[in-house]
Design a protein around this ligand. Structure first.
Ligand SMILES: Cc1cc2nc3c(=O)[nH]c(=O)nc-3n(C[C@H](O)[C@H](O)[C@H](O)COP(=O)(O)O)c2cc1C
Length: 165
């Protein structure tokens, strides 16, 4: 049975990718939690830690935001090399050169608020079903509707979940 690995308080899991999402840097905590060696992750697509419970909708949001030069926050369930998993509260930002061109991406992952994970697991489960039955565009619509129902933008919603009691 896959087991959950819990991030310790204060942990910062960081990675950098090129424009295609190939990993060009991972810190020690990235390697420790994902249980990979540097050699195994360098130049690999970032989906090396993708968990099958993650809706594609969330990654579509992620890529749409960062390609436009905007940062994004997301709860992500990642898999380890041995098929265990760990939840993170992630912030992904574009790296920009002096001419305002996006030249790569940077991400920092922290310990998630446990109360938020219950809400997110339900939301992701619903999104997965919608994507499977009706396609990714309906998933995107459903996530937008969910945000609207809370009166918040996507990033505001995720941030408020992280700061909720
Ligand atoms: C800087 C950066 C960090 C990312 N971090 C993760 C991550 O921790 N877990 C993950 O599953 N995908 C992450 N992604 C998204 C992956 O590139 C990919 O879109 C996702 O795993 C879904 O895989 P797919 O695009 O092959 O469907 C990250 C992307 C970028 C640019």
């Amino acid at each position: 049975m896959p087991k959950e690995i819990f991030l310790q308080e204060g942990t910062l899991i960081t990675s950098k990718t090129d424009l295609k999402g190939l990993i060009v840097y991972a810190n020690n905590d990235f390697l420790k939690y994902a249980d990979f060696s540097m050699k195994e992750v360098l130049n690999q697509p970032h989906n090396i830690v993708r968990h099958s419970d993650m809706p594609r909708t969330v990654f579509k949001f992620l890529w749409d935001y960062v390609k436009e030069g905007k940062e994004i926050f997301a709860y992500v369930k990642n898999r380890t090399k041995n098929n265990d998993y760990y939840w993170v509260f992630a912030n992904v930002t574009p790296s920009i050169d002096t001419n305002n061109n996006v030249i790569g991406y940077y991400s920092v992952r922290r310990m998630p608020n446990r109360n938020a994970i219950a809400t997110i697991e339900k939301l992701y489960n619903d999104l997965l079903k919608i994507e499977q039955q009706q396609g990714i565009n309906k998933g995107v619509e459903a996530l937008k509707d969910f945000c609207k129902s809370t009166g918040k933008t996507y990033n505001e919603l995720i941030f408020s979940l992280q700061n909720s009691k």
